[in-house]
Design a protein around this ligand. Structure first.
Ligand code: AP5
Ligand code: MG
Length: 228
């Protein structure tokens, strides 16, 4: 490891997993508890689409069909975000990388910034389908409503809506796309010592404890100077 790499070490977390696995839920919590910027590429695209930017408008139809936005566009969005000062000490990535091309691009982006800690959230397909069928999000701030959601967002009071891509046919398409294009990332990352599969089919707090334990193990190994 070079000197530069030691100087720039941070907690660089990647949350992998299929649609509905709980990536956003855990990313949100980690961002609060570990004081790391949460970089959720789905949220970034939805905000861009709502704001009517060129990138957002171009991505809208692709997202609503359950397909992936192009690797070049996504990698540029993430590179620009990681270049901002608040991400220098680490970050939580939710929804990126999603293809092997994106994973290779990410390795280049974080070169010299310390290793990635990759957590793969594992949840059976029938549970994913059930979660997405009942999910509601805020029409204004985009936050997930709590599982026992009420009529309005508890953060900002706006109306709750169903996410456009949570209809059953689109969810099936998203799951297919995940299996074809994103699941291969488990092979890509699994030989790295910091890779951990987390059973995501447990209550959110229990999943959170498993995520924390995996991160603490990775930090302890790094402190001992072990490769991650
Ligand atoms: P994105 O927004 O990232 O969607 P996704 O990956 O399909 O995942 P979700 O947000 O649906 O699920 P999640 O894992 O975050 O689960 P959550 O915590 O919300 O991407 C959307 C689209 O953008 C893509 O289809 C693509 O078009 C485009 N895109 C984004 N990134 C891209 C990229 N890198 N490349 C190309 N295209 C890209 O939880 C789900 C529900 O379950 C919630 O209701 C939650 O309350 C509940 N829940 C969470 N945890 C638990 C638990 N432990 N027990 C019970 N319920 C739980
Ligand atoms: Mg999400």
């Amino acid at each position: 490891m070079g000197v530069h790499q030691q100087e720039c070490r941070g907690l660089n977390v990647v949350l992998l997993g299929p649609p509905g696995a709980g990536k956003g839920t855990q990313a949100e919590r980690l961002s609060r508890t570990r004081k790391l910027p949460k970089i959720s590429t789905g949220d970034i695209l939805r905000e861009a689409s709502q704001a009517g930017t060129e990138v957002g408008l171009a991505a809208k139809a692709t997202m609503e069909a359950g397909n992936l936005v192009g690797d070049d566009v996504m990698s540029k969005i993430v590179k620009d975000r990681l270049d901002r000062d608040d991400a220098r000490g680490g970050f939580v990535l939710d929804g990126f990388p999603r293809t092997v091309v994106q994973a290779t691009a990410l390795d280049r982006m974080v070169d010299g910034r310390g290793p990635l800690v990759v957590l793969d959230m594992v949840v059976p397909e029938d549970v994913l389908v059930r979660r997405l069928a009942t999910r509601r999000i805020c029409s204004k701030c985009g936050a997930n409503a709590a599982p026992e959601w009420k009529a309005v967002c508890e953060k900002c009071g706006a109306a709750l809506i169903t996410r456009v891509d949570d209809g059953i046919d689109i969810v099936r398409e998203r799951l297919k796309v995940y299996l074809r294009q994103t699941k291969p990332l488990v092979e890509y990352y699994k030989t790295r010592p910091s890779f951990t599969a987390v059973d995501g089919n447990r209550p959110p707090d229990v999943v959170a404890s498993a995520v924390d334990a995996a991160l603490d193990r990775a930090l302890e190994s790094a402190a001992r100077g072990a490769a991650l």
